[in-house]
Each structure stands twice: as C-alpha cells, then as structure tokens.
Design a protein around this ligand. Structure first.
Ligand SMILES: Cc1ncc(COP(=O)(O)O)c(C=O)c1O
Length: 289
C-alpha cells in the first residue's frame, strides 16, 4: 500500500469505535502533537495471528505509564481491539500500529485534564528493509546522536518523543547512501539501530548490548531464547565500536525488521553468515508456527 497514510482505504479502531480510515482524525491542538505525549507499538500479524500480541499490549501500557499517561484499556481489551481491527480489514499478514496520545482537552505543559486517546491501524507491509537486504544485508552509518542516559529520558519505552533523534540519525545515514543509522549510547558503546536492536557474532559466539539505555525489543528477547534453543553461546554485555568492527557477522532484530543481516557499518563490510541465516530461519518459522 503506497501513498499518503491519511488517504487510504480501510478501517481504523479509534477510541473503541471502528471508523473509516480517512475519518480517523485529531485536532491540531492535541497535547500529543505539541508535547510528544504519545506512545506507540509496532506489531506484526502472520497468517492471522498477532505475534506476541499480549506482550505488545503490556509494553504499550508500560510505555504510557513511563510518560505518566494513563492507558484507558487493559492489555486484554487491547488484545481484543487489535484482533477486531485486523479481522475488520480482512488482513492476515499485516503490520499493526497502536498509538495513544493526550488529547486537546487541555493544552499546556501540565496535562492533568487531558484524556488518553487510542487508535489502532493495520496494513500490509511485507518487508521493512526490502528483499535485497536478505542476501546482501543492510548498510548502517554511525550517528552523531547518542542514546541518552537512562535518567534523562524514558529509554525503555516506545515514547514518540524519543524518536526525533532517531529520525535525524536515519536521515543523516540515508543522505550518505546508507539504509539506517547505528546509535551509540551516551558512553560511546554500541546501542541499537533507529528501529531495531543489534547482535554480533565472533568466533561462533553471539553478543548483544545490554539494553540499559535503549529499548529491550521483543524480537531481541525472542532471538536470545531462540539462540539458546539452537545451542549457541550468547553474551549480553557492553560492546565497543572496535569490537563490533571485528565481528564475523552482524544482524539487526525488530518487529518490522525481523532478523536482518547487516552487510556494512561505516566503511567496514560484513558477510551474511551462517549463524545469522540460521537464526533468521528459526525466527521466521517461529512467527508462523
Ligand atoms: C528504537 C527501537 N529499538 C528496537 C526496536 C525493536 O523492538 P521490537 O523487537 O520489540 O520490535 C524498535 C522497534 O520497536 C525500536 O523502535
């Protein structure tokens, strides 16, 4: 589905009602738009089943709590709403985007009187990085922006406000011909991509950074379990840029990205190796099981 996201066919779940896609509108004086009081989720449905549906609903609620915003629905209610809108759109393989934001009931820094509004959209979205990335891997460029210290931002949330730096980083990478940006953390250690987590492999051992100042992705958690099941050694640890550049294989994980090989970081090239392929196959089998 290409084109402007506001001008599409379909249905959107909006504050408990199902509305026409083009009618899912909010006022420009919504608090969420001015002060980034907004959180969202990214989920995928495979063959009609939303992968980790309940876990995503729980994280959605947690993200809202982290920015001091009350979520008016329970995780079970959100699960039902997601299933309802997926079915109403007659979709089986889809990307799902729940979003919650403070409304226009009050506009100022203090938002005590605002209501939290919730909408859920879904649409067909086959591959985040495109099919070519499967064989060659994506290219990423180190961003000048860093993942913030955990006491300066709600780093383990999907709060909209955190993504301004991610968009700037991705734009800078794209301007230089790269697919995505590599975000370092406030210490200069390897953190993540702009919408995905990162793993490296050296001498058969898998390593991934400790998510102490960035999102501990659900795909990341799934891949860690899959790696154990497949018998790999895996370390959650600090990773320096120098260590990353010496890796045999590097890959990214995310709901949208799934398991995607990284073929180039700055000027260093990496091959799409056997462990990446094995974990990618295991992940693809799991989400469709
Ligand atoms: C900044 C960031 N990091 C990591 C991830 C991966 O998280 P998940 O695997 O839960 O989709 C995402 C995607 O949601 C993200 O936006």
């Amino acid at each position: 589905m290409a084109g402007d996201f506001s001008d599409r066919d379909g249905l959107i779940w909006f504050d408990g009602e199902i509305v026409e896609w083009r009618d899912a509108k909010i006022h420009i004086l919504s608090h969420g738009l001015h002060y980034a009081s907004s959180v969202f989720e990214g989920e995928r449905a495979y063959n009609g089943n939303i992968f980790l549906c309940h876990e995503h609903s729980e994280r959605f609620i947690r993200s809202a709590q982290l920015i001091d915003m009350e979520m008016p629905y329970t995780a079970d209610e959100l699960d039902s709403a997601k299933k309802e809108i997926l079915k109403a759109n007659n979709l089986k393989d889809a990307y799902m985007r729940p979003v919650a934001w403070r409304g226009s009931e009050e506009l100022g820094i203090s938002a005590q009187k605002t209501k939290t509004h919730v909408a859920i959209a879904c649409w067909e979205w086959p591959s985040y990085f495109g099919e070519e990335a499967r064989e060659k891997g994506i290219s990423i460029k180190t961003s000048k922006w860093r993942a913030p210290m955990p006491d300066t931002a709600t780093t383990n949330s999907k709060a909209a406000g955190l993504y301004a730096t991610h968009t700037m980083s991705k734009h800078a990478a794209e301007a230089d011909g790269y697919t995505d940006a590599l975000m370092l953390d406030y210490r200069g250690l390897v953190a993540e991509l702009t919408g995905a987590n990162l793993f490296m492999i050296k001498d058969g051992k898998i390593k991934t950074p400790n998510p102490d100042c960035f999102l501990d992705g659900l795909t990341r958690q799934t891949v860690i379990k899959l790696a154990a099941k497949e018998g790999f050694d895996l370390d959650v640890c600090q990773i320096s840029v120098d260590e990353l550049m010496e890796a045999d294989e590097v890959f990214a994980t995310g709901t949208a990205a799934e398991v995607t090989a990284i073929g180039k970081i700055d000027d260093t090239e990496f091959k799409v190796g056997p462990i990446t392929r094995q974990l990618r196959d295991a992940y693809e089998a799991l989400v469709r099981s």
